[in-house]
Design a protein around this ligand. Sequence first.
Ligand SMILES: Cc1ncc(COP(=O)(O)O)c(C=O)c1O
Length: 385
Amino acid sequence: MFDQRIRDRLNLQRKTGLYRQPPEIESRAGKVVYLGGKPYLSFASNDYLGIADSPALKEILIRNVERFGTSSSSSRLVTGNFRLIREAEEAYARYFGYEAALFYPSGFQANLGLLSTLFEPGDRVLVDQHIHASSVEGMALSGADVISFRHGNLDHLEKKLKKIGGEQAGVVTESLFSMDGDLLDVERLAHLKKCYGFLSVVDEAHAFAAIGSGGKGLAGGVADIAVGTFGKAFGFFGAFVFLPERAKEYLINFSAPLMFTTTLPPFHAGAALDILEIVRKAEPEREKLAAVSRTMKEALIQEGFRAFGDAHILGVEIGNEDLAVRVSLGLKDRGILVFPARYPTVALHHAILRIGMTALHNRDDVSIFIRSLKEVMENKETCHG
Ligand SMILES: Cc1ncc(COP(=O)(O)O)c(C=O)c1O
């Protein structure tokens, strides 16, 4: 029975153009990845500052592993809380302007653990329609009354707030959306918060380190709680939640995805402290990232593509899932790695090419991408696959 169900579902994925089979990457050198012995220029990473493969980061990791070993060997509750983790959490909270920070093993677990614990049945929580899957899962697990508002539409949020009264409500949104690439209207959210007094949770996974003064993201001063991940612009892994001290105490006591998982190792905290110094000084990389992202978007639009995105996450509208896959394969034939985002990552029949820009990209890379995309789109039926 289970085997038949699995086969049927996988067949349906294939038929509908939703089947996923990530290609195998042999190695990576900055913005270039190697597949089947061939180099590909990658627009498929969230290494926004371009540091994940840098000698500086490798040196940091080696040094910290040598000092602190490889594993924490259990959860904080079983094995104790390493001093270094506390110090790193304090340093992150201080730098990003929050009272406290709590590290989670991944951003997915952070959203899951935070939202499922913070909210509970009877709470009313307004969520942007396009929040990340981890937040959707966290909200579902919380049992709270989830009320969605149209993506990025804070008029719609206000309408809903008026209806329910904001005082006891929560609002969950993101500062830079992972697939739409658009930015939260932070000022408007701040204004609504003043008027309605809700608790705001903002996922800044794609913004922290990459955007804002000092890489501090966009929602400082508006978010009561913010979520970030080390897995994107920080070039690392793991995640953090910024929150009031008492909320941290609460999560340590009640958040199952934190309590019952091996905590990030002390070497991670040591490296996180060193990475914070890189992030602090990465203004040139942030400027490069913003500039090359603008160049790419302008070039796409100039060539007549339906491109969108306000920062370093750009999308090209394709629509049909199968076509999006073929366009991606056509680009691969031309030495470019970029993936289609399809349902359920985006809405059904609204498949896109998701372009992740990094500070390592330059004008030549943009030209290569645009030329290749034009060739592929002009010659859709001859695309590979
Ligand atoms: C908005 C958002 N939040 C959270 C996450 C999860 O982060 P992590 O990759 O660290 O699990 C992602 C990752 O894709 C994301 O896009």
